[in-house]
Design a protein around this ligand. Structure first.
Ligand code: NAP
Length: 311
C-alpha cells in the first residue's frame, strides 16, 4: 500500500472506533482515527459505568474514553483531532476530506455514533447552557443545590436524574407516558431516591427565562391537557439520540431513522467501508456492543486489505 494513503481511516473515537483502531493497528495497518466534534463519543457525557467488564469499581465515562484513547495511541494509531466533512467512496482509493484537506484511504470504518435529541423548544438556541442541557455530567455542577427537571423515560433519563440528585436540591423526572423504557434496575434506583419526584404523563411544552437564563418550565399534563408553570433552574433533556449519518446519506444505505445498514457483521454496500457501533446498531446501543462491533469492523478491514493485496 502507498505510504501517503491510509490503510484504514476510522471516523469516530467512541468505543467502536477506538476498539477498531486497536485491532487494525495491532494488525499492522497504518491507521488514522478522526475524533470529530465529540471526541470520545457519548460516554464522555455519561457518569459512572458499571457494565464495562474488568472494572472492580465503576469508572466514569470520560475517564474510560481517555484511557481508551491513550491505549490506541500507545499501540501506534494516530488520533487526529479534526472532523471528516466529506467523503467520496466512488473511486479507489477511497477519498475523504477534513475541511479543505483531502486524503485517501484503502478502507474506512465509520463509527460516528449518535447525538442527543432535544425537545425542539422555541427557546433552545437561546437557553442552551443557560438552563437547558443534554448532559448532566457536563453541566450538573452549575445546578448545585437547585431544583432541576429531567425529561425522558429511558435509562439515560434515570441515570441523569440519579446523578443530579447527588448535587441538586430536587429533581423532577418528567415522562410523557406511564410506561418506561428504562431497565428495571435503573428505574427502581431512581424511584427509590428520595430526591427524585416522578411526574407522568407530562411534557415540557415551553420555558420562561429572564436575563440570567431559565427560570421556569411550562408543563402539560397529558391526561387533562392542563398547563402548569414550575420554577426551576435547570432542564436536562434525556430523550434519546439520532445517528450521525448525514455525511453518508447519499453514499450508503440507511434505514428510515438514518442508521447505516450493514450485512455480514459490519460491511456496508461499498467494499472496504465498514460501519460499527451506534451508527449501525439501534437495538443494543451499549458501549460494550459498540466495542464488539468495532472489533469486528477492524478484523474485517484487515481481511479485506489482505484479500486486496493477494488479488
Ligand atoms: P431511549 O431508551 O430511546 O429513551 C428515550 C426516552 O425519551 C423515551 O422514554 C421516550 O419516550 C422519550 N422521548 C423521546 N422523544 C421525546 C420527546 N420529544 N418528548 C418527550 N419525551 C421523549 O433513549 P436512552 O435513554 O438515551 O437510552 C438509549 C440506549 O442506551 C438504551 O438502550 C439504554 O438502555 C442505553 N443506556 C444505558 C445506560 C447504562 O446502562 N448505564 C445509560 C444510558 C443509556 P417514549 O418511551 O414515550 O418513546
Amino acid at each position: 500500500m502507498s505510504s501517503a494513503t491510509n490503510d484504514v481511516t476510522i471516523i469516530g473515537t467512541g468505543p467502536s472506533g477506538l476498539t477498531a483502531a486497536i485491532y487494525t493497528t495491532r494488525g499492522g495497518l497504518k491507521t488514522q482515527v478522526y475524533a470529530g466534534i465529540q471526541h470520545g463519543g457519548q460516554l464522555t457525557t455519561t457518569t459512572e459505568i458499571e457494565n464495562w467488564p474488568g472494572m472492580r469499581e465503576a469508572i466514569m465515562g470520560p475517564q474510560l474514553m481517555a484511557d481508551m484513547t491513550a491505549q490506541v495511541e500507545r499501540i501506534g494509531a494516530e488520533v487526529v483531532y479534526e472532523e471528516i466533512t466529506k467523503v467520496d467512496f466512488s473511486k479507489r482509493p477511497l477519498r475523504l476530506w477534513a475541511g479543505d484537506r483531502e486524503f485517501t484511504s484503502h478502507s474506512v470504518i465509520i463509527a460516528t455514533g449518535a447525538t442527543a435529541r432535544t425537545l425542539k423548544l422555541p427557546s433552545e438556541a437561546a437557553l442552551m447552557g443557560r438552563g437547558l442541557s443534554t448532559c448532566a455530567t457536563c453541566d450538573g455542577f452549575f445546578y448545585k443545590d437547585k431544583k432541576v427537571i429531567v425529561v425522558g423515560g429511558g435509562d439515560s433519563a434515570m441515570e441523569e436524574a440519579s446523578y443530579l440528585a447527588k448535587l441538586c436540591s430536587e429533581v423532577i423526572l418528567i415522562h410523557r407516558r406511564p410506561v418506561f423504557r428504562a431497565s428495571a434496575i435503573m428505574l427502581e434506583r431512581a424511584r427509590k431516591n428520595p430526591k427524585i419526584k416522578f411526574m407522568v404523563p407530562y411534557d415540557v411544552v415551553d420555558t420562561k427565562a429572564d436575563h440570567t437564563g431559565l427560570i421556569a418550565a411550562v408543563l402539560k399534563n397529558e391526561d387533562t391537557g392542563k398547563l402548569e408553570e414550575m420554577p426551576i433552574a435547570g432542564l436536562f433533556m434525556a430523550i434519546g439520540h439520532t445517528p450521525n449519518s448525514s455525511l453518508f446519506k447519499d453514499v450508503l444505505e440507511h434505514d428510515d431513522n438514518g442508521y447505516l445498514k450493514v450485512t455480514n457483521f459490519t460491511e456496508t454496500k461499498v467494499p472496504g467501508v465498514f460501519a460499527a457501533g451506534d451508527i449501525a446498531d439501534h437495538v443494543f446501543r451499549q458501549a460494550i456492543t459498540a466495542a464488539g462491533m468495532g472489533c469486528q469492523a477492524g478484523m474485517q478491514a484487515i481481511r479485506y486489505l489482505e484479500n486486496l493485496s493477494t488479488t
